[in-house]
Design a protein around this ligand. Structure first.
Ligand SMILES: [Zn+2]
Length: 158
């Protein structure tokens, strides 16, 4: 297996949009990531290591490194895929109507590289009521640093 593919657009800090041909994506992405991110595939339910992950940290797009979700918005939906109720910022996600497979759904894509991530549904928990049902294959997880994890913002006393 070729694990030395070089992904020159991958960055956790660069927010400039990524536009590449499918050919180029195919060259730099691992096959499983390419299949979901670019071919809109779906991983088997309950197959992602992230589904039950409870670590504190940030989830990034596996294709381009764009920050997508924080672990504190992750919840146990029982649907078989990592689920979140809110993206990290408005611009981190793109929403597209998806009427394939005889269903009316809303596809969610990476706001930076348009990788297919999954779908968003209206049956999530408060405060948003949304359930972002995301393929774990297209997520990268980075654990929060210990200091960051233990950091408690000071009470705002007026
Ligand atoms: Zn991306």
């Amino acid at each position: 297996m070729d694990t030395t593919k070089k992904n020159s657009v991958y960055s956790n800090t660069d927010t400039s949009k990524v536009t590449m041909s499918e050919e180029e994506w195919k060259k730099i992405l691992p096959a499983d990531v390419y299949n979901i991110a670019r071919q809109k595939g779906t991983e088997r339910p309950y197959s992602s290591v992230f589904e039950n992950l409870k670590e504190t940290g940030t989830y990034y797009c596996a294709a381009c490194g764009n920050a997508l979700f924080k672990s504190d918005t992750k919840f146990e939906s029982g649907c078989g895929w990592p689920s979140f109720y809110e993206p990290i910022s408005k611009g981190s996600i793109i929403y597209t109507p998806d009427n394939t497979h005889g269903m009316e759904r809303t596809e969610v894509q990476c706001g930076r590289c348009k990788a297919h991530l999954g779908h968003v549904f209206n049956d999530g928990p408060p405060p948003t009521g949304l359930r972002y049902c995301i393929n774990g294959v297209v997520l990268d997880f980075e654990k929060a640093k210990e200091a960051e994890k233990n950091y408690k913002p000071k009470e705002n006393k007026e």
